[in-house]
Write a protein that binds this ligand. Structure first.
Ligand SMILES: Nc1ncnc2c1ncn2[C@@H]1O[C@H](COP(=O)(O)OP(=O)(O)OP(=O)(O)O)[C@@H](O)[C@H]1O
Ligand SMILES: [Mg+2]
Length: 232
């Protein structure tokens, strides 16, 4: 589904990503772990086209998307849940979710699919509240819902557990697991919370100083001592 080949990226003179290659397969959850500041978010911004890459290539379904604009990538089936959620705090929950339909054409563009509220019942209860009135965990669920309404082929999540209460982390874990098992999308999850990452990973990668330094099967994470590579 997603294939990344030898990405290099710089902020000014400092190199942030070094020859990053990775892939994310359909029906699987691929997890990228790494400590603060190693370049995880920078990589995701490059994948979405928010930041240009200096060199390297990004393929979606075999198509080279390296130079496409972010909205084109979204219309091709890429959805992004940014770090810190970035929901619209003055819009209602419903309006926030509808924003996710901006890239959808035709009849499906005006209706929120029912399964969104099955995944996140709290959003149905809070439909007419402002995004800013929700708790951090509810906002994270809203950000994921906004990404899912466009029926993406690739769902990219940047640290969805950051600053969120444990009960909601469990709810989000169940939803991501179900989405991976459904087999209709590839999931690329960036995380620092080890237990959550291990519970979800079919495949893992570890980033350190802009490089992928280790990777393997999710079920080998414990044996490979991956907990030592992250802060938690
Ligand atoms: N807009 C920017 N301009 C210059 N440097 C930046 C910019 N954004 C990030 N950086 C630097 O690039 C490096 C990688 O940052 P990035 O946000 O990708 O890390 P991260 O792995 O996502 O960290 P975290 O776990 O804290 O979210 C850091 O040293 C950071 O200070
Ligand atoms: Mg980050």
């Amino acid at each position: 589904m997603l294939e990344v080949k030898n990405i290099n990226q710089f902020y000014g003179g400092s190199q942030i990503l070094r020859d990053v290659s990775l892939s994310a397969a359909m029906g699987a959850c691929s997890v990228l772990l790494g400590r603060n500041g190693v370049g995880k978010t920078t990589l995701l911004k490059c994948l979405m086209g928010v930041l240009p890459v200096k060199s390297g290539q990004i393929f979606l379904d075999g198509k080279d998307i390296t130079t496409l604009k972010p909205y084109v990538r979204a219309s091709l089936g890429m959805a992004y849940v940014p770090q810190g959620r970035e929901i619209f705090s003055r819009l209602t929950v419903e309006e926030n979710i509808l924003m996710g339909l901006a890239v959808v054409k035709g009849k499906a563009a005006s209706r929120i699919p029912d399964d969104i509220f099955e995944m996140f019942p709290v959003l149905a209860e809070m439909l007419h509240r402002r995004g800013g009135d929700l708790s951090g965990g509810q906002q994270q669920q809203l950000a994921i819902a906004r990404a899912l309404v466009s029926r993406p082929k690739l769902l990219i999540l940047d640290e969805p557990t950051e600053g969120i209460q444990p009960s909601i982390i469990k709810d989000i874990e169940r939803v991501i697991k179900m989405l991976a098992q459904r087999g209709e999308m590839a999931i690329l999850l960036v995380e620092q919370y080890y237990d959550f990452a291990e519970a979800l990973a079919d495949h893992y990668m570890v980033m350190s100083r802009g490089q992928i330094v280790k990777n393997g099967l999710g079920k080998a994470m414990q044996a490979d001592n991956i907990r030592n590579f992250v802060a938690l």
